[in-house]
Structure formats: C-alpha cells, structure tokens
Design a protein around this ligand. Sequence first.
Ligand code: GLU
Length: 483
Amino acid sequence: MKITDILRQRVRVRFAPSPTGHLHIGGLRTAFFNYLFAKKHGGDFILRIEDTDRARFVEDAQDKIYEALHFYNLNPDEGPREGGQYGPYEQSKRLDLYQEAAHQLVDYGHAYRCFCPEHRLDLLRKTAEKRGEIPKYDRKCANLTVENAKKMAENGEKFVIRFKLDKQNVQFQDEVFGIVNQCIDESDPVLLKSDGFPTYHLANVIDDRKMEISHVIRGMEWLSSTGKHQILYKAFNWTPPKFVHLSLIMRSATKKLSKRDKDAFVAYYSDQLGVLPEAVLNLMIRNGAGIQNFDSEHFYSLREMIDQFDLSLLGRRNLLLDADALHKYSRMAFQTARFDDDLYPRILEILEKKNFEIPEKEHIRKIVEFLKSKEENFGFLSSLTSGEFNWFFSRPHSSQLLCESYPDQDLPRILQALLKLETYNSETLEPLAKRHQLTLAKTMGIVRISLIGSKKGPPISELFEFFGMEECRKRIEIMRQLL
Ligand code: GLU
C-alpha cells in the first residue's frame, strides 16, 4: 500500500468479534494488529460486537473480550462501553439499519423476498444431497412480482430477503495476499432472516460502510467471504474498504491449532500461566510480521511495536505458536516489567484468586528482586502459587518428601538441633552434620526441603539470606511438627 493511500482517508479499523465463547488467540492477534495500525496512523480503533447469531450468543463473552483488551492494553477508542458517534456498536442494536439496507437492495432489484417454508428448503437440500450436488435455493420466489411479494408481506406472511447472486468471478486486491480471484457459485444467500435479524455478510458490510472503516484487518478464514462482500458493495454502489487478511496461527508448519488446545485461547496465558501481556504480544510478532527491522532477540514494548509497525510488511507466513518462544518472551517480560505498575497488581490478583494470605508489599518487592536477580528462568507468575516457585508464599505443609528422601535419619532430632543454631552457614552446619553422622550435603538437603519443600531451587546460602534467621526457624519448626 502506498503511503499516499493511507493518508487520503482517516484510518478507522475495527475488531469485530462474535460473542460466542472464549476469545481465541487468533482473535487477540486480529485486535492487536488493528490496534497497531490505528495507533501508528493516529486513527481510530473500534470494537464492534457482531452478536446477530442469537443461537451462539454467550452472555458474558463481551465482558471477556473487554477484559482481554484491557489486559493487553489494546483499549478501543469507540465501542459498546466507550460509545462514539458511529454507534451503537452491538449489531443487535442496529437492526433497523440492516432492514433498511436489505429493502433498499430489494428496491434496486438485487434482492427479493422469499416466502418458502422451511420444509420446502429442507426438501431442496435433501434432493441435492441425494444427487451429490451442493444444495442451492432454486429461486422460486425470485419469480414473484414485486407487487405480489409486497402484498404477501403485508398480509403477514413470513419471509426472508435473499440476495440475487449469479455465478460470477470476482477479483479484488488484498494488502497481504495480492490480487485474489474467486469464483462465486452459491445459491442466493439470505441477507435478512424472518425475525428481522441480518446474517453476517449483510451486517458486516453495512457496518463497515456506516462506521467508515478504512481497512478491514481480519483473519484469513474470512478471505473466502470477501468476494461476496465485494459483490454486495457493488450492489449498493459503494467503494469497498481496503482488505488485509492475516495469515493463520498454526501449531507447526503442517498442523493447525485445534479447538481442544488450551493455548488456543487467550485466557490460558493470563489466567493459567500468569504471563505478562507484552510477552504474548511479542509472541505474535515473532515471525516479524509488520515490524520494521524486526529483531527476534529484542523484547518489544507496545510503544515500540506501534512505532515500527508497517502494514506493507505483513507477510503470508503463518505464525507458529511455540511454547519455547512463549517461555523466552515471558522471561524477558518479567525482567523488563516495573514492580509497581506491572508486577505488584498482577501478583496480588493471582494470590487473591488462589486464596493466599497477602503479605506486605515490601515482601513481594523483595521476592521480585530475588527472582529478577537469581532466577533467570522465571516467567510465569502462576508458578508463584502452584508451581516450582510456590515456596515464596507458602510454608511447608507436608513432610512426605523429607521422609521419603531421608528414610534412615532421625529427622526430629536433626531439626531440633537445627533450631538451636544461632546462624545458618557452612561453619555452623558442618559440626551439626558431624554430630549426627551426616555429610554436609545431606544436612543441606534436609534444610532445603524443610525450607522450601523441594529438592530443587536456588543455592542454600541464597535461601538463608532471602528468608533470614527468623523465617528459616519458623519453617523448620513447622516441618518438625509435621513429622
Ligand atoms: N464476526 C466475525 C468474527 O467473529 C468478524 C469477521 C470480520 O472481521 O469481518 O470474527
């Protein structure tokens, strides 16, 4: 796309999810690229809720979409909650617009009312299937005169509005996929259902036009609909917006993401793993899509991504969801995150959700500093409550590992002796080990499990320093009582 094209029209882009369930990672990527493009060009990022499929409507899906957009800092300029001069932003509140547009197409002769009852359509479908053909509407109602059809409608007969779609070749320009040729050979699709609700194609085209959308940026699964949309724009005599279809998100070069994969959904990253938002955003640009001078070893802030975004650099290469890359970016995100703004609120949230006792803010700061300087593998915040780092916030609650690891030792006596020491270091532990006929390594092992309930973890001297004597004693005493 030439820069002069972009400047000619105000950039207005939309994220148009259907509230049908959990937000898919592909949906987040679509929102993200729309946002980057809008912000790069000082344009508007709009959230439009495409909720006309009432059978698939899920009550709290819109809240979840908002939650995700806020979490990732992709806040809309206009939308159901923000308002704006192009609203309403939920399609179910714009029915009159679609009805008016559908009737306009009837007046132009591009559409017609169809009164065929469901059982007739069923029969057509079944007959076609028996013959091994693709079911098509036979255009019976297209032969009704406009007057007759009007009268039947006025008499209260139920009807849908169908678009007269002759078989044809359509050609259009996609900003990523270049010139696209499509042969459209479908039966006359329904634009408006008998309950007055539009179908996707009509509502989508009307809204993109009425909301003055300059660029339609969406997943490539919608590329196959774009030919039909072009025909609709033509029927209304409207210039279509520019189309930008984003490549697929795949598991591997040959394997698609499945709906059963938990990492296919946005909530997995924030709720289950506790990944910081910019880590996921970096994962989404890791194939370099749309970023000038992309550097795969650099961790991009959202601001940098906006500044370096260039739509003409979007490629056709699919994005691979890779767990190692996610871990890498999560670690980088943790290292660059600020304590007060980014980490403290997130850690509090996670602790509260898991019903952990909330420690002093300064204690959490100390933990973060420890992790930043000593644990370069740390990236997933939820491992603070349910993973290998949960010992920061939870004291020992079982003696099983200790007993299994040292079955032949008189553990109560050893712990009792440990409690009597003034300080913990190799000088004080060595004589204690000798007295109990233990090696120093074994003694350290006992101390380690008593402190953090694990055989792994940072060097023991760092644990002593981190906890301090009082907390070390408290934990050893708890373990003693658990024995
Ligand atoms: N409502 C469609 C969806 O759920 C929007 C497709 C489009 O962006 O045109 O993804």
